[in-house]
Design a binder for this molecule. Structure first.
Ligand code: COA
Ligand code: AMP
Length: 633
């Protein structure tokens, strides 16, 4: 079917469109109530359907002839390990681990936090939680104990699953002490902690409620799949908002399964049995959707890679993987390809491998800058797809729909709205803007299946953060425009969220940490252009009167504070002391204006500014400090 016909049907007759797509999945009870609204007016999909996501992703395939096909390929250059699991082996492991969880009292609706490195057991644990109708919340291993504690306190898990360590290139990161610290910091205490001991480190077990993964598995009885409703939550995934408190995006089982299954063919052009590799981490939404659920729901083989695009051991790592596992589609962040290009500009490492099985390379997590697009397209000779999405949606809002109709590429654009997403550009009053004009990127309600329906424990924040700015629309938090051909250009966040190496971080959270330093009167954190990571955070700090502190020493202390509180993943490395910050008369720092200076855009000075002279001053400081850059276009 042509893209246009498919798209029109999806926005004009959404219930009809998605009812048909839902038929591609093995429900226990096929949904009849396709699209409904609750008392608050929030849309839900497949409310009366009965299902189990793990059954759909694993057991169903074993029952239908895929038992001997590889479900998971694990490749870890950092631990020098490779292994595989067929669907049948995966089913056995998942059922056993579900048995372990069940014996610890985990059942439908209970939360389980996973703090795991990129190993097969992370996927087994996710699927085991889902098998019981419980709710997982995976926390990325690069987050520090404080961040983990905030998530534990919010999700209130009965149980935590972790491993003895993660491995960052050659650095061993012991996880258990981080988990212990997080539990100590959190007001909520889980009943139990299951620890997978890896060969590199043996974690010290302290309490009677700490359980060894292998011992528990050896004694476990397999647990069957538990039926849930289409609208029951599958997982909570925390993402950065504009404040220090992360937002727990809630994903419902039914919509998630239907959207991901559809995306595997419509967006990624994958056939069951093919090999899909998302080079991300299970701690991010890309990992949830396209390392774990999407490929398995579609009967594909998925790849778990514990390594980096470079340094493990070289810039040929991605191409080696494609060759060795006959990968058909590769999905990674643009920053990964910038890292490869930096080390191997001629792509001579690539020429050592056979990448002929690769049909398409997909990129997301940040805008695919045209130079990176052009380099990757030229060197690989493959179609390159930039697609735009968010933790909140769980799948692509805009993409080149490779399985429907390959559209001509326009570098810098994430192509066209994916079927189901009615994308509009709005001005500040909510009026639709004509082609070419930049504004807020919004999605007309109802959103398609899989998109969030609330923030865990904070429905008001969901409403005020996403649905209040433009009634009848979901506000994405991104700015951009649509051209005459309907192509969507996402130009960056309009709020205080930045994107560092494809990771979403809150500048507000960093500001809260920096403001706690004794010497600091006020501060703001902005994202500045970084040729490798897209953006990196920089603090602009104002000292308290009378404070005399060496700027380098202060920077060191602030860097250490952010690293301790958020983790190394924040990549906070610079703090610049400034004499004052531009503010409104009511004392609010003009962050938008600072963002405009940093990206060399025309600066809109609001009439409410307190001291107009502060703008020229901060502009010249930022210029002198190398904090101003045109974004690559
Ligand atoms: N556990 C613990 N620490 C971690 C971690 C994890 N899972 N992941 C990253 N870190 C640490 C790194 O060791 C590094 O620490 P350091 O400051 O002590 O060196 C810091 O966090 C920053 O990591 P990273 O941003 O990964 O930088 P890098 O220089 O190690 O690698 C890239 C640069 C571009 C290769 C890397 O960022 C990359 O591969 N990015 C792709 C991101 C991605 O897949 N995003 C998902 C969206 S699709
Ligand atoms: P996350 O929720 O971590 O996936 O981050 C989502 C944010 O990353 C979006 O709101 C965008 O700002 C940015 N983003 C992700 N993919 C793209 C893309 N293809 N083009 C532009 N921005 C993107």
């Amino acid at each position: 079917m042509s893209y246009q016909a498919e798209y029109l049907c999806s926005v004009e007759r959404p219930a009809h469109f998605w009812a048909e797509k839902a038929e591609a999945l093995p429900w226990y009870k096929q949904p009849q109530d396709i699209l409904s609204q609750d008392n608050e007016g929030i849309y839900h999909w497949f409310e009366d359907g009965e299902m189990n996501t793990t059954y759909m992703a694993v057991d169903y395939h074993v029952d239908n002839g895929r038992g001997e096909q590889l479900a998971i390929i694990y490749d870890s250059p950092v631990s020098n390990t490779k292994s595989t699991l067929t669907y049948r082996q995966l089913q056995k492991q998942v059922a056993l681990f579900a048995g372990v969880l069940k014996s610890q009292g985990i059942g439908k609706g209970d939360r389980v936090v996973l703090y795991m490195p990129m190993i097969t057991e992370a996927v087994i644990a996710m699927l085991a939680v889902a098998r019981l109708g419980a709710i997982h919340s995976v926390v990325f291993g690069g987050f520090a104990p404080h961040e983990l504690a905030v998530r534990i306190e919010d999700a209130e898990p009965k149980l935590i699953v972790t491993a003895s360590c993660g491995i960052e290139v050659s650095k061993i990161i012991e996880y258990k002490p981080l988990v212990d610290e997080a539990i100590a910091l959190s007001a909520h205490k889980p009943n139990c902690c299951i620890v997978l001991q890896r060969p590199q480190v043996t974690a010290v077990m302290h309490a009677s409620n700490e359980i060894d993964w292998h011992e528990a598995m050896a004694a476990a009885t397999p647990a069957p799949c538990v039926a849930v409703k289409g609208t029951d939550p599958l997982y909570i995934l925390y993402t950065s908002g504009t404040t220090g408190k992360p937002k727990g995006v809630v994903r419902e089982n039914g919509g998630h399964a239907v959207a991901l299954k559809y995306s595997m063919s419509a967006v990624y052009n994958m056939q069951p049995g093919e090999v899909f590799w998302a080079a991300s981490d299970v701690g991010w939404v890309v990992g949830h959707s396209y390392i774990v659920y999407g490929p398995l729901l579609h009967g594909c083989t998925t790849v778990i890679y514990e390594g980096k695009p470079v340094r493990t051991p070289d810039a040929g790592a991605f191409w080696r993987m494609v060759d060795e596992y006959r990968v058909n589609a590769l999905f990674a962040a643009p920053t990964a390809f910038r890292a490869i290009r930096k080390e191997d500009p001629q792509a001579s490492e690539m020429n050592k491998y056979d990448i002929s099985t690769l049909k398409t390379i997909f990129m997301a997590g940040e805008r695919l800058d045209p130079p990176t697009y052009l380099w990757t397209a030229e060197k690989t000779g493959k179609p390159i797809v930039d697609h735009w999405w968010q933790t909140e949606t769980g799948w692509a809002i805009c993409a080149n729909p490779m399985g429907l109709e390959e559209m001509p590429v326009k570098p810098g654009s994430s192509t066209l709205p994916t079927p189901g997403f009615n994308v509009k550009i709005l001005d500040s009053r909510g009026n639709e803007l004509p082609p070419g004009q930049q504004g807020a990127v919004a999605i007309k309600l109802p959103m398609p299946p899989s998109c969030l329906t609330t923030i865990w424990g904070d429905f008001e924040r969901f409403k005020s953060g996403y649905l209040s700015d433009f009634p009848g629309y979901y506000c994405s938090g991104d700015g951009g425009y649509i051209d005459d051909d309907g192509y969507v250009y996402i130009m960056g966040r309009t709020d205080d969220v930045i994107n560092v190496a494809g990771h979403r971080l809150s500048t507000g959270e960093m500001e809260e940490i920096i403001a706690a330093h004794d010497a600091i009167a006020e501060c703001t954190v902005i994202g500045v252009h970084c040729p490798l990571k897209g953006q990196t955070p920089v603090g602009l700090v104002l000292l308290k009167d009378g404070v005399d502190i060496d700027a380098d020493e202060l920077q060191k202390e602030l860097v250490a504070m952010v690293r301790k509180e958020i983790g190394p993943i924040a990549c906070f490395q610079r703090a610049v002391v400034v004499p004052r910050l531009p503010k409104t008369r009511s004392g609010k720092i003009l962050r938008k204006l600072l963002r405009q200076i940093a990206t060399n855009q025309e600066v809109a000075v609001p009439s409410t500014i307190d001291d107009p002279g502060s703008v020229a001053e901060i502009e010249s400081i930022m210029q002198a400090q190398g904090l101003v850059s045109d974004r690559a276009t």
